[in-house]
Design a protein around this ligand. Structure first.
Ligand SMILES: Cc1cc2nc3c(=O)[nH]c(=O)nc-3n(C[C@H](O)[C@H](O)[C@H](O)COP(=O)(O)OP(=O)(O)OC[C@H]3O[C@@H](n4cnc5c(N)ncnc54)[C@H](O)[C@@H]3O)c2cc1C
Length: 286
């Protein structure tokens, strides 16, 4: 029997893979079970100089991801064909360990007992749970893919709804991608950052502005969002917080989410996280 904490790219994959191998799985998710169309209502962003983006709901941040249909594919398989038990609205507060072995997890007064636990609460929450156990984390090395969205008014185009980000123009150190953000109309621009990323962001923003201008948008209407960061990771790195088998220093306690990535992959990470989750599932099933 296995407990999986969190149902995003990592957790949903582990639950699906293990359930397919007839392992009894309990998937415990902090957020609610939602309709996919409502995913944007479940952002739980962290306000810092760069606003770090994530969602708390069944399916995790995959529910708002642009280029992957992982959420629906995984959850449909999980709920319709496989027998994993899914509990929503249940935030795990602590992992229970005795004599160096995992015994389960707690949410408030409720105890869920099991001798294998996989933490997949995402790069910002998994390290909190590890820290409570005194296990090493690499929270100081949190990485994100920082971006801004630039917009301008082009009369008559009617292009004011969410658009997919599947098209991209690659530059040496950054990429441009179409994106509409409601923040363009209700947030101020944040300026003043001086690091290399800010230089790259400015370069990208200026090219994006040129593209808008060439397309006929009025430059006096151009606006930009504040700095935002998607794809947080690297906070419980493989080789530091975990062994090569993604097991922590506590026997039976594994991690399968973006926190294990040793460096920013330089590309959207869902498929990498799914691959790591499949890898740890095979180890656990054995
Ligand atoms: C707008 C946007 C677009 C994106 N587009 C893409 C894309 O096109 N392609 C791509 O590859 N990536 C994309 N990403 C990134 C991708 O969604 C994330 O990198 C990925 O989902 C991270 O997976 P994860 O398993 O680490 O965490 P998450 O998917 O965030 O899952 C963590 C889960 O754990 C739950 N949880 C947290 N704490 C607890 C707790 N204490 N107890 C129980 N449950 C808990 C959360 O509710 C959540 O369900 C995008 C991200 C954003 C914000």
């Amino acid at each position: 029997m296995v407990i999986v904490v969190g149902s995003g790219a990592g957790g949903a994959t582990v639950a699906k893979e293990l359930a397919a191998k007839d392992v009894t799985v309990t998937l415990i998710e902090k957020g609610p079970w939602i309709e996919e169309k409502d995913a944007f209502k479940h952002y739980s962003n962290i306000d810092s100089e760069v606003k770090v983006m994530r969602t708390f709901c069944l399916g995790g941040t995959t529910t708002v991801s642009a280029g992957n249909g992982v959420l629906s594919a995984l959850l449909r398989m999980l709920t319709e064909r496989k027998g994993a038990k899914i509990i929503t609205g249940m935030p795990v507060d602590e992992v229970v360990v005795k004599s160096g072995e995992v015994k389960g997890v707690k949410s408030g007064d409720r105890m869920f007992s099991d001798d294998i636990v996989v933490l997949s609460a995402g790069a910002l929450e998994t390290p909190r749970l590890l820290k409570k156990l005194g296990l090493p984390t690499t929270s100081n090395f949190l990485f994100v893919d920082t971006f801004i969205t630039i917009g301008g008014f082009l009369e008559g185009i009617g292009f004011n709804k969410e658009v997919t980000m599947n098209a991209a123009i690659k530059f040496k150190d950054f990429l441009l991608s179409p994106h509409f953000s409601s923040h363009l109309v209700d947030e101020k621009i944040v300026k003043g950052v001086t690091n290399r990323d800010a230089v790259l962001l400015s370069e990208g923003a200026s090219i994006a502005g040129s593209i808008l201008e060439e397309a006929g948008a009025n430059p006096s209407t151009f606006v930009s969002t504040s700095l935002r960061g998607a794809h947080p990771g690297g906070t419980a790195r493989i080789g530091v917080s975990l062994g090569n088998n993604l097991e922590t220093g506590v026997s039976g306690l594994y991690v399968a989410d973006a926190s294990v990535l040793p460096a920013a992959p330089g590309a959207p990470p869902i498929l990498t996280i799914v691959a790591l989750a499949k890898y740890v599932s095979r180890i656990i099933a054995r």
